[in-house]
Design a protein around this ligand. Sequence first.
Ligand SMILES: *Cc1c(COP(=O)(O)O)cnc(C)c1O
Ligand SMILES: [Zn+2]
Length: 399
Amino acid sequence: MAAMGTFTPSYVAGYACPACGARYALPRGLCACGQPLLVGYRLDALAAAFGREALAARESSLWRYRELLPVAPPDEASELAAGGTPLLRLARLGAMLGLPELWAKDEGLNPTGSFKARGAAVGVTALAALGVRDLCVATSDNLGPAWAAYCARAGLRLHVVISDDVPRPTLRQSSIYGAEVVVAPGGAAAAFALAEELARERGWLNISAFREPYRVEGKKTIGLELAEQRGWSLPDAIVCPTGGGVAIVGIWKAVEELAALGWLDAQRPRLIAVQSESCAPIVAAFAAGAERCGDSPYADTIARGLRVAKPLGDRLVLRALRASGGDAVAVSDAEIEAAVLDLAQLEGLFVAPEAAAALAGLRKLRGTGRVTPSERVTLLLTGSGLRRWDLLEERYPVA
Ligand SMILES: *Cc1c(COP(=O)(O)O)cnc(C)c1O
Ligand SMILES: [Zn+2]
């Protein structure tokens, strides 16, 4: 297959299952044991052959880190450039929270308005090179539009299963890119089950979080980019709105790989997961000292992208939080709404409710002293508020 030519990046060592240790060459899905696979790189060889200074001359998109990605980039003009998002100081919010070093990474500026574009850019490129034609996923938020846009550009077919409680504009944002949208009655859990059934029956690849090892590599570039933007140093704490936890695992993978390459100073960031009180299995498992998530209640929330009842990568997420000396906290919709307005009115950033959860969580942790004034904190503002027409019309209490 001609496209396979793009699948020979020089530094991939192979794919391994952290749960059982099995190894694979070019996997399309999960390990045979049902757990996620992660790609490993020959970091010694990379460190010997490549210096981080060479990055300066590269494009600003996430493909600037191609040596640390599992697939070669599409040619530059064909790419919908994900990544290269600004790192902004939040002086007014920082003063309010007693955090002189408060910053935000504005991921809402990615194509399709969320950081899901990073995972889609790498995921679609890799799966297309593997010859996969039909992808399928259950989603209630930004995953649909992000993967639909990249699939449209690469000529892949995406089938999106959306639960019937999701507002119509959200659904249309996937179908506008040509994705087939299947509406599932019975809420988000039923949509996940239907996506699995359809994938099995029709031979589609389910690209739900951690079901293939490529998306996490795209999310990893948040950590690479943040380190490079800060002169190869990471902040004391990175606050991540968390659903399936792909960003947490990706950012921690970036920390480990950069450290192994010798590109990072001695400082290691604490990773802080923020979930919605309506569905917070990671927060519950973290507090209980558990290795895996238990059954979680599943209520509605305006932050639907954080509503993942049974994260497949739970082990990896909890391990990353603990290895980083991190934390996990849940916030209410009222706290999220207040944070949306604060970010908009104090900093000029209108973000998605999921993104605002980062600020709401930080506020809580400052209140209880779990984040201290000397800490340099970066909020991951994962998505733009502009896509949520439903909330603009009915919910936000602005004149
Ligand atoms: C999907 C999503 C999240 C959660 O991301 P994970 O990496 O899966 O935990 C957070 N914010 C936004 C805007 C999202 O779309
Ligand atoms: Zn395994």
